[in-house]
Design a protein around this ligand. Structure first.
Ligand code: ADP
Ligand code: MG
Length: 732
């Protein structure tokens, strides 16, 4: 009895099974049936020999034109030259010593090998051959599936093996349990799994292939969404601690002290959070909001509610610079309320405590003590805070700021802290396309702040094509001088720090982040000059166009105290121009800064550029962002930059970003999509399908009997969970 989990060794010859396992990572019947054809060749137009390039490993369908066998000149033995053609082109096949099947003029065959060139002609030497005979029903098919093949497993070996399983292997067809429940199939007009696999591997028409694709994508989407829905449900069932709102406490005092009134969006999201914190199930929420939309205040108000209810709140920032800035601005907003226990503190308040790895031992010890005894109600630090085993008296809320790659795994680790998991709020300014929110963040509820506080100057952006129009770069520096003359400040951002030990060596830790929206690898090219560096550019600016200004540098290699001091000096207006790496990318808040010049802008990803320019849209003065690049304006890169310059709608940009990146990058899977369980589903194109699958998954998981009536689906979900290869789910 064959099932999906049967090893291929049991159903195929041992040699074939071993080759499939070693070269294509196909181990079970399921693996093989999910190894889908890459495309389908129509009889007659199957291969275009004129499309071949040297080095291609391909299977071609062609007709034998001539066969010549002759003795070799230099050596003993014979050489057979066969010319084959397909109407579009021709190629030569060579075989030594008659080691070839008996090929006759006029016969059609499938030939697989690596294309080489010899005396100007394309050739295969010793290709695998499959002569098509008149009674071969595979050949009679209108559409011949072409599979991703390997050295010893050709496309037709795969085709034959699949055929054997699907048509000859009656036992399997009957055993093909369908993970998608019948009512779900009916509602969405989906064919059965057996039908879909048949249609995908042995279609009569492309319409059948499309029908199969739709169904097989549903498999992927549903299993994924059930997994996520189950996580949401499990999290919701965990016993947390209710932190209901209390009037007359810190929250009211904060509201009374705010120098502005909340936007409608802030108010709405605030209500949502307040209600969720008041429940005993831990909140798990993602707050996305444009850069400058005022997420910090929303977070502070949630933290104040938790403090009022007797708990502690932790605010985690991605960098120490940001953590320090957060601690400073929270302290400023709270005033005496943030200094309870100190001489001038308000006893009704709490203490804001900064806790980072670079603090001096004594300060650190004191901070840890305040966190442990509960006198620090609000603790600010970096993500390391959670890993270092810092003890909290009663951690009630964790706010994770500006971290769109805070994956499931980290969130799980967090929930595992203490006996009762805290509420969690993840905040990001990088707009997340809906499909990504539904998958990578599928276990979180989301809120969105779309509105910016009134009275913002906004930011306009331009591309400065330094290669095509060098004079424009001079103009850019002139603009910087003008802004500084008007009392404003500027950032100049470079992709690299410079002055690396062992020049040309390792990557800077705060350069553009490849995994996160940097341009696709193929655009980077291997032989480009190294990216512009902070240290070099700062020197050139000091010596040249900005010589009269106060120029300072900021990057990740500086000691934390030095970074902090320079950031402070910039915030205080004692520095005119800050030349920096992407350490200024997130959250840095200096409203008086109005210009940003991004050098080598093409080296940054779309969402990164959007984040960066958010730094100059924070005050009442209009901001300006200049994207300097040597990329040609007509190139893909040039167009991507133009797209960034033309809109400030983060959601539109998220889409541009998704379009210019490979799917695997978005899923965070360095490993190929084939291994992640997602083969056919596209985050870009299948939004509708994913959202329908999400609704079905939620309904299934939350039904009385859960998956109890759907053992096949439960098994598929379990298989995904077991599959360590599905770790892209963790590492978003
Ligand atoms: P982000 O969402 O990018 O983290 P911040 O929370 O840093 O944005 O807020 C940006 C700036 O806007 C801060 O200086 C903050 O004090 C200010 N701000 C926040 N909410 C309002 C509001 N409702 N009205 C006016 N200014 C606000
Ligand atoms: Mg922020």
């Amino acid at each position: 009895m064959i099932s999906m989990d049967t090893g291929l060794v049991k159903v195929l010859g041992p040699k074939t099974a071993k080759a499939m396992a070693d070269q294509l990572a196909l181990h079970t019947v399921r693996d093989l049936l999910r190894h889908y054809p890459r495309r389908y060749a129509r009889r007659g137009e199957m291969t275009r020999l004129d499309d071949l390039e040297v080095g291609d490993r391909v299977t071609v369908l062609a007709k034998v034109r001539t066969v010549h066998t002759r003795p070799m000149r230099q050596r003993r033995g014979s050489l057979t030259e066969v010319t084959v053609g397909d109407g579009a082109g021709s190629m030569r096949l060579v075989f030594f010593n008659n080691k070839h099947p008996h090929l006759r003029t006029g016969e059609w065959g499938l030939f697989a090998g690596t294309v080489s060139r010899w005396q100007g002609d394309l050739q295969f030497s010793h290709p695998d051959c499959h002569v098509i005979t008149g009674d071969d029903d595979d050949w009679a098919r209108a559409l011949v599936p072409i599979y991703p093949a390997s050295k010893d497993v050709s496309s037709w070996v795969l085709q034959r093996s699949v055929k054997m399983l699907l048509t000859d292997g009656r036992a399997l067809a009957d055993a093909l349990d369908d993970p998608i429940p019948e009512p779900v199939r009916r509602r969405h007009g989906l064919v059965t799994l057996a039908q879909a696999l048949h249609d995908k591997h042995r279609p009569e028409s492309m319409a059948e292939v499309e029908r199969a694709d739709e169904r097989l994508k549903w498999d992927e989407a549903l299993v994924l969404q059930v997994t996520l829905a189950a996580r949401r449900r499990a999290a919701a069932l965990e016993p947390g601690v209710a932190r209901p709102r209390r009037s007359g406490g810190l929250l009211d005092a904060v509201d009374a002290r705010l120098p502005f009134s909340l936007t409608d969006g802030q108010r709405e999201v605030g209500e949502e959070l307040a209600a969720e914190l008041a429940r005993a199930q831990p909140m798990n929420r993602l707050l996305q909001g444009e850069v400058g939309s005022g997420k910090t205040v929303v977070a502070l108000r949630a933290m104040a509610q938790v403090v009022d209810a007797g708990g502690q709140a932790a605010l985690l920032a991605p960098t120490e610079v940001l953590a320090a800035q957060h601690a400073r601005s929270l302290a400023a907003i709270l005033g005496p309320l943030g200094r309870a226990g100190e001489l001038d503190g308000d006893p009704a308040g709490t203490r804001v405590t900064l806790l980072t790895g670079s603090q001096k031992a004594a300060a650190r010890r004191a901070a840890r003590a305040a966190v442990a005894d509960g006198s620090a109600g609000i603790v600010v630090g970096t993500h390391a805070l959670l890993q270092e085993g810092v003890e909290f008296a009663d951690l009630g809320l964790v706010v994770v700021d500006e971290q769109h790659r805070f994956g499931v795994e980290q969130r799980d680790a967090l929930r595992a802290k203490g006996s009762r998991p805290p509420h969690v709020l993840v905040m990001t300014a990088t707009p997340i396309p809906r499909t990504v929110a539904m998958t990578v963040y599928g276990d979180l509820e989301t809120s969105t702040l779309r509105q910016l506080p009134a009275g913002r100057g906004g930011v306009s952006s331009s591309v400065v094509p330094a290669g095509e129009k060098p004079a424009w770069l001079d103009r850019a520096w002139a603009r910087v001088r003008e802004e500084v003359a008007a009392g404003r400040q500027a950032y100049v951002v470079c992709p690299r720090i410079g002055d690396e030990e062992g020049a040309g060596g390792g990557k800077d830790d705060d350069g553009p982040d490849d995994a996160d929206g940097a341009p696709p690898e193929e655009e980077k090219g291997g032989d480009r000059r190294p990216p512009l560096a902070v240290l070099d550019i700062a020197e050139a600016l000091r010596a040249g166009p900005l010589t009269a200004l106060r120029v300072e540098v900021l990057h990740g290699r500086l000691p934390a105290e030095e970074k902090e001091a320079r950031m402070r000096a910039f915030a205080a207006g004692d520095v005119d121009v800050l030349v920096a790496t992407t350490v200024v990318e997130v959250g840095v808040d200096v409203p008086n800064a109005t210009v940003m010049v991004v050098m080598d802008a093409d080296r940054f990803g779309v969402s990164q550029l959007h984040q960066l320019r958010g730094r100059v849209a924070r005050g009442a003065h209009p901001g300006l962002c200049l994207l300097v690049t040597e990329a040609r304006s007509s190139s893909t890169t040039g167009q991507r930059l133009a797209a960034v310059a033309s809109t400030t709608d983060g959601f539109e940009l998220a889409r541009v970003d998704l379009e210019t990146r490979r799917e695997g990058d978005v899923l965070g899977a360095a490993q190929s999509g084939r291994r992640s369980g997602v083969r056919l589903l596209s985050l870009l194109d299948d939004e509708q399908l994913i959202s329908e699958a999400r609704a079905e998954a939620t309904a299934l998981v939350e039904s009385d009997r859960g998956l109890a009536d759907h053992p096949e689906l439960a098994a598929a979900v379990a298989a995904l969970a077991m599959d360590e290869r599905a770790d892209w789910l963790q590492k978003a």
